[in-house]
Design a protein around this ligand. Structure first.
Ligand SMILES: N[C@@H](CCC(=O)N[C@@H](CS)C(=O)NCC(=O)O)C(=O)O
Length: 208
C-alpha cells in the first residue's frame, strides 16, 4: 500500500489509521515546497493536486475519510470502523461527515485564505465568519461527545482519527477550544502511539 502525502496534512489520517492497524505501507512524499503536487506525474494520480492519495494494488483512492473507512472495512476484526448496515456504522458515518463538512470546512477556509490559495485569491474579511462557524461546530461536537471518552462511546474508532486530527489542526491554526471535554478528548486521542509513529514516518520523508 502506498500513501501519497505531506507531513501533518490530511495524509496523516491515513498513516495514523495504517499504524493503528499495524499495516505495512510506503509513504511517498509529495513535496509542496518543490511544486510536486502540481507535477505531471502527481496530477496523473490525483488530478486535484491534493494529498492524500492512496494506492492498494489496482485501487487508487482519494478523499481521506473514504480511505480511512475502506481500510477499516478491510480489517473488520480491528473494530475501528463498525460494520456497514448497523446503527453503530450509521453513527460513525454521521460523525465522519460532520468532521468533513462542518468541523473541517471553516478551519480550511481559514487555512486557504491564510496560506493555501494563490495570494490574489485570498480574502481576509472571511476570517470572522469562519471562526464563528468553527466555534459553532465545536459546540455541537462537545455536546455530541458529552462525558464519553470517544465520539461513539467507550472505544476508540477511526472517526476519532478524523475528528482528533482536525481538532489538532484547530490548535495549530490558533483557534480557541474552550470546552473541557474537547480539551481532554484532544489529549486522549493525540497521545496514541500510532499517531506518534505516523508522524515520525512522515517527518523522516522530509529528511531523506
Ligand atoms: N477532501 C480532501 C481534501 C484534500 C486536501 O485539501 N488536501 C490538502 C492538504 S491537507 C492539499 O493537498 N491541498 C493542496 C491544494 O489545495 O492545492 C480529503 O479529505 O482528502
Amino acid at each position: 500500500m502506498k500513501v501519497y502525502g505531506y507531513p501533518n496534512s490530511r495524509s496523516t489520517r491515513i498513516t495514523w489509521m495504517l499504524e493503528e492497524l499495524e499495516k505495512e505501507y510506503e509513504f511517498c512524499l509529495v513535496d509542496f515546497n518543490k511544486g510536486e503536487s502540481q507535477s505531471k506525474e502527481y496530477l496523473a494520480i490525483n488530478p486535484a493536486g491534493k494529498v492524500p492519495a492512496f494506492q492498494d494494488d489496482d485501487l487508487l483512492l482519494l478523499e481521506s475519510a473514504a480511505i480511512v473507512a475502506y481500510l477499516g472495512d478491510k480489517s473488520p476484526e480491528s473494530g475501528l470502523v463498525p460494520t456497514a448496515g448497523t446503527a453503530e456504522r450509521a453513527r460513525y458515518d454521521q460523525w465522519s461527515y460532520f468532521a468533513m463538512c462542518e468541523l473541517e470546512q471553516p478551519l480550511w477556509t481559514i487555512g486557504k485564505n491564510k496560506f493555501a490559495l494563490p495570494e490574489d485569491q485570498r480574502c481576509e474579511s472571511i476570517f470572522p465568519t469562519a471562526q464563528w462557524e468553527f466555534q459553532k461546530a465545536l459546540r455541537l461536537f462537545s455536546e455530541g461527545l458529552g462525558e464519553n471518552s470517544y465520539i461513539l462511546g467507550d472505544s476508540f474508532t477511526a472517526v476519532d482519527i478524523l475528528l482528533g486530527q482536525t481538532l489538532l489542526w484547530g490548535t495549530a491554526f490558533k483557534q480557541p477550544i474552550e470546552q473541557e471535554n474537547l480539551k481532554e478528548y484532544l489529549k486522549r486521542v493525540t497521545s496514541r502511539p500510532a499517531l506518534a509513529r505516523a508522524s515520525a514516518t512522515e517527518a523522516a520523508s522530509l529528511e531523506g
